[in-house]
Design a protein around this ligand. Structure first.
Ligand SMILES: CC(=O)N[C@H]1[C@@H](OP(=O)(O)OP(=O)(O)OC[C@H]2O[C@@H](n3ccc(=O)[nH]c3=O)[C@H](O)[C@@H]2O)O[C@H](CO)[C@@H](O)[C@@H]1O[C@H](C)C(=O)N[C@@H](C)C(=O)N[C@H](CCC(=O)O)C(=O)O
Ligand SMILES: Nc1ncnc2c1ncn2[C@@H]1O[C@H](COP(=O)(O)OP(=O)(O)OP(=O)(O)O)[C@@H](O)[C@H]1O
Ligand SMILES: N[C@H](CCC[C@H](N)C(=O)O)C(=O)O
Ligand SMILES: [Mg+2]
Length: 482
């Protein structure tokens, strides 16, 4: 694509240049001959320092933030928001995306909501995909992912590939990092969703207000005016999110007990399912959701709202909820001990998530709730005692273990959690901790292995060794039964 077509109205500078651009990247190490290199200021380094490297590798053009000087002998484009310009150029370069793309933000529930929305669309006979923490799922792929919101160039490429595969509907997760770093700014959205807001990423966002504001970019910057915003109505931040979406000109559709569009009138819990009465457009629907955990009902309602917001009928969407499968590693039953105690694997790695998952299993636990969890290294340190306190309050037996200590000293992470839950047992080796929990569980007890969910590795230092909570639970159950 000619540089002038790519850059037109997105950046200033060499707009009339006829150089042929063969690809885009913000990482000089990925530059191939003919690429446009976007030099972005980052959290660790500054891309401007790598312009020389990019040009040496054959970059045909460079995108720089306004005010950054360079002596590069290639066409230079400038933008006041270089990350946004890159995302939009990448979308222009790759050209296509599924016709109906929706994005969901919130501290917890994004992966589940994206997966549920894809499943509902599929049950309505559409070719649908989901993009997020657990990867990309479409009729033709199930790819493991690394980021919750892919980087803009990879995302634009993915959107074009999905469109080429015939996918017409895609649901994606909008992480606060992704929103803040403009990763989705090239995606055209039909609708957006909000689940809730809790403590997360306090290592990245200076204050909770900044964190909330980053999330609200979804409504005030990315969602076209008048498009539907599906907002979960029963969270502490629901009113603020509703106000932000209304102010941005979105058509707000609230869901939940306090919801106006899909109103949860009654909810009854059984062991592995819940029965809901939902009012929609003056009609009452009885829905049996085949998943445990009240939060899954919340996620299902947002997903239903997004499916309806993209043109599906309430009469098709609400019955589809009866066939939903949980996203991998989200309150997933990994096994049942010989004594009959269910062992769940769950991705709760932040305070509210842990609180919700431990509360979710209580109604069907006649004995003790046993939890095994840790906190990741090189991540928000403040959440450690908070999660310790929650575990101590909501579980009967707490086993503190390791969860990706990364560059930190594992025992120091555990100590920070244990400070708030001194009665907990400390078993650093996650395999041994899981085995211990499985061994001590009696009939009536419920075991929750929290923090890693779908992850398939344990990172200590720079090394990631294969590790799966699911496999460990199964091995522990088999070992105990022997
Ligand atoms: C902290 C963070 O979010 N970092 C992201 C950010 O990197 P950065 O711009 O801060 O990078 P940097 O290291 O300071 O480098 C500055 C620039 O120099 C460039 N560079 C660097 C070295 C070189 O030799 N050449 C070169 O060009 C880099 O490519 C970069 O553009 O922008 C990059 C491009 O989009 C991302 O890849 C990178 O994500 C890293 C890999 C990451 O781990 N992010 C995690 C924390 C994340 O985004 N998580 C969220 C949320 C998960 C959740 O919900 O819990 C997600 O969406 O996954
Ligand atoms: N609506 C919800 N409210 C509170 N907690 C939830 C909700 N949905 C899920 N959880 C908890 O959060 C965990 C992660 O859920 P999910 O992966 O769907 O959220 P996410 O927003 O994608 O998280 P992440 O940002 O870590 O990818 C679940 O395993 C569960 O413990
Ligand atoms: N996307 C999150 C996942 C955390 C999962 C938990 N297992 C941990 O390692 O802290 C992060 O990288 O912060
Ligand atoms: Mg996710």
């Amino acid at each position: 694509m000619k540089l002038c077509e790519l850059a037109e109205d997105l950046a200033t500078g060499a707009n009339d240049d006829t150089a042929d651009v063969t690809g885009l990247t913000s990482d000089s190490r990925e530059v191939r001959p003919g690429f446009l290199f976007a030099a972005l200021a980052g959290s660790k380094g500054d891309g401007a320092a790598f312009v020389g490297d990019a040009v040496a590798r054959g970059a045909a053009a460079v995108l720089l933030p306004v005010g950054v000087e360079t002596t590069a002998a290639v066409p230079v484009l400038r933008s006041g928001d270089a990350r946004r310009a890159l995302a939009r150029m990448a979308a222009r370069f790759h050209g296509r995306q599924p016709e109906h793309v929706v994005a969901v933000t919130g501290t917890s529930g994004k992966t589940s909501i994206a997966a549920f929305t894809r499943q509902i669309w599929t049950m309505c006979g559409l070719k649908a995909a989901s993009i997020g923490t657990t990867g990309v799922v479409s009729p033709t792929r199930d790819d493991y992912g690394s980021l919750t919101t892919p980087e803009p160039v990879a995302l634009a490429r993915l959107m074009a590939e999905l469109a080429d595969e015939g996918v017409t509907h895609a649901a994606m997760e909008a992480s606060s990092h992704g929103l803040d770093q403009r990763r989705l700014d090239g995606v055209e959205l039909r609708a957006a969703g909000f689940s809730n807001l809790g403590r997360d990423h306090m290592d990245y966002h200076p204050t909770v207000k900044d964190y909330f504001r980053a999330k609200m970019r979804l409504f005030d910057t990315l969602l076209p005016k008048g498009a539907p915003a599906v907002i979960y109505a029963d969270d502490r931040w629901s009113a603020a999110a509703t106000e932000a979406a209304k102010l941005a000109g979105a058509t707000v559709m609230t869901v939940g007990s306090n919801g106006g569009f899909l109103k949860l009138k009654r909810l009854e819990h059984e062991r592995h399912r819940q029965i809901a009465e939902i009012e929609a457009a003056g009609k009452l629907y009885r829905v049996v959701l085949p998943l445990a955990g009240e939060f899954q009902m919340a996620n299902a309602l947002v997903a239903a709202g997004l499916a309806i917001a993209t043109g599906r009928n309430v009469d098709d969407v609400l019955p589809a909820l009866e066939h939903l499968k949980g996203a991998p590693g989200r309150l997933e039953l990994a096994g049942t001990t010989a004594e009959g105690a269910p062992v769940f694997v769950d991705y709760a790695h932040k305070p509210e998530a842990l609180e919700h998952v431990l509360s979710a299993v209580r109604p069907f636990t006649t004995g003790r709730v046993v939890v095994v969890f840790g906190c990741g290294g090189d991540r928000d340190r403040g959440k450690r005692p908070i999660m310790g306190e929650i575990a101590g309050r909501l579980a009967d037996v707490v086993v503190v273990t390791d969860d990706n200590p990364r560059s930190e000293v594992p025992s120091e992470i555990r100590a920070a959690i244990l400070a708030a839950v001194p009665q907990a047992e400390e078993i650093g080796d996650r395999r041994a901790a899981i085995r211990h929990a499985v061994e001590l569980a009696d009939a009536g007890d419920t075991v929750v292995i929290a923090g890693k969910g779908h992850e398939n590795g344990q990172t200590t230092g720079n090394a990631t060794l294969p590790f799966s909570d699911h496999d460990e639970v199964r091995a522990a159950i088999a070992g105990v039964a022997r």
